[in-house]
Design a protein around this ligand. Structure first.
Ligand code: FPP
Length: 247
């Protein structure tokens, strides 16, 4: 399959990688096997996004609610992320990929935090694709941290409460400086955002695909980009056709 037409490529695609467990279950395998296969899809989609000319790819790897899972599965997911960074960092760096991590870092184990910081530091000047890994991420938590940081500035007299606007809040989110997602894809047929990029998703196109994450291929990703190109985005205004009808 050739890469989609560059003109209508979304600048920022965010993905809720769902269905690893069900994929494994349907094959009589452990959830671990599903997550491992999920990492292969991560590699495939990072490459496909870079080839298509997407500038930001955000992947929801571990949510602040995932702490409710059994300890063994949490350790498994942490281990997979560590292995991914260790094994793939050099190659990603070679592909000019910049890595950025969003989510609450305070609660993270020091070994994971160290690796993530190293990945960000090593790749910070890269310019092809920014791979944003949402790890220990939850949107409400992110917004609460941003608001607390503004409140602290008000408390010490650096800022007036009446001066706070939406740009100031956006500037304190983990995603500060990044464009909002144009397209959010969720795999596995579930149709919800599950506390992912709630602020940033204000005008995102949402796409729910039935395939489980381990089955999400380069072809399916390109097909999603093609579908995105057919959508008409109005950002609260009128479509070009509606404007033409009025004049
Ligand atoms: C959802 O499937 C997936 C996750 C909670 C984790 C996604 C993590 C990876 C693909 C691996 C590590 C990530 C990187 C970036 C290397 P689920 O377990 O909720 O599936 P289910 O809903 O079918 O049970």
């Amino acid at each position: 399959m050739t890469t989609p037409d560059r003109q209508s490529i979304p600048e920022h695609v965010a993905i809720i990688m769902d269905g690893n467990g069900r994929w494994a279950n349907e094959r009589g395998q452990s959830r671990t096997v599903g997550h491992r296969k999920g990492v292969e899809s991560v590699r495939t989609i990072v490459r496909a996004a870079a080839d298509a000319g997407v500038k930001y790819l955000t992947l929801f790897a571990f949510s602040s609610e995932n702490w409710r899972r059994p300890e063994a599965e949490i350790n498994d997911l942490f281990g997979l992320l560590k292995a991914f960074i260790r094994r793939d960092l050099a190659e990603l760096h070679g592909q000019n990929v910049r890595i950025r991590v969003i989510g609450d870092r305070v609660a993270l184990r020091s070994d994971i935090l160290q690796l993530l910081l190293e990945a960000e530091e090593t790749t910070k000047h890269n310019t092809a694709l920014t791979l944003v890994i949402a790890f220990n991420y939850g949107s409400r938590d992110e917004i609460a941290r941003a608001v607390a940081s503004l409140a602290r500035d008000v408390e010490i007299g650096l800022l007036k409460a009446s001066a706070i606007d939406s740009q100031m809040i956006a500037d304190r989110l983990d995603t500060a400086g990044m464009p909002d997602p144009d397209l959010i894809i969720r795999t596995s047929g579930e149709e919800r955002l599950s506390n992912f990029l709630l602020w940033q998703a204000a005008y995102a196109e949402l796409m729910f695909v039935p395939e489980y994450w381990p089955d999400f291929s380069r072809e399916l990703f390109f097909a999603a980009l093609e579908r995105y190109a057919m959508r008409s985005r109005r950002f609260g205004g009128l479509s070009a056709a509606a404007v033409a009808m009025r004049s």
